[in-house]
Design a protein around this ligand. Sequence first.
Ligand SMILES: O=C(O)CCC(=O)C(=O)O
Length: 293
Amino acid sequence: MQQDVPSPRWADHLARIEADGYTIVADAIEPDLTVRLRDTVRRLFDRLDVRPRGNRAEGFATRRLYNLVPRDPVFRELPVHHDVLPLVEELLEPECLLSGTTAMDIGPGEALQGLHADDGLLRIGRPHRPMMATTIWALTDFTADNGATRLVPGSHREPGHPDTDADSDDARRAIPVEMGAGSVLVMDSQLWHCGGPNTTADDWRLGLNVQYVRGFFRTQQNHYLGVPPEQLASYSPRLRQLLGFELYRGIMGHVEGRSPAAVLGLDGEGGGARAYAASTEANPFGDADVADR
Ligand SMILES: O=C(O)CCC(=O)C(=O)O
């Protein structure tokens, strides 16, 4: 059986993800886009009066906003970014889906979030092939003091789940990922990680979580209800495909044999389906079980 050959452009990043569970694509986001994203998120926080949700998972001093794509045209640039999506396609598959988009602004005084794996709800045994990819976009500098994401290198290979206690041995193994505004952290979502504590007096740490999943899984955020249908015509076919409006492997997700995009009278074949059709690979898992690496 023919195996996919990764593009040389992404080989080093893929090797790092394989070894450590993560990589950093330095300066992936254009400076102008970084500023536009940061300004738009902060404007939305103010306009919508977003406040901390007040629980350990979402934070007591952290502002969060979900379902970004329909909120402003600038967010449509996120899921299809030319320095991030191709790496995710190599890690997962061309027909992957956007699982969700979330802004996370960690404020002064925030405590360490509990360590977790973003794909921890998948009950398919660990470790397994990458099923989800988490990309965290730094819109401000991420420092050890202001809440840089913490992660345990290599933990994507651990068979179990981490101790979520802030004083645990697992928490002591976690390192802060410091990176400048404009860089993107890309993880195999099996990796144990969490938002860091913010011990500064006034330095908010703003990041975006753009998450992807293989095309046969359910997405974390529901785009069919989250994206107003009247917006879809102005989205690119590739973005519509990532949102689940195309068929997976030509069949999954159909409406009486047609894709949701076709039912809505929109152009189909948003990139992922075309890429798959061009591939000679019949089965992305070969003869191996999903849980095998
Ligand atoms: O804010 C971060 O750096 C990570 C947050 C996170 O892992 C989560 O909310 O699931």
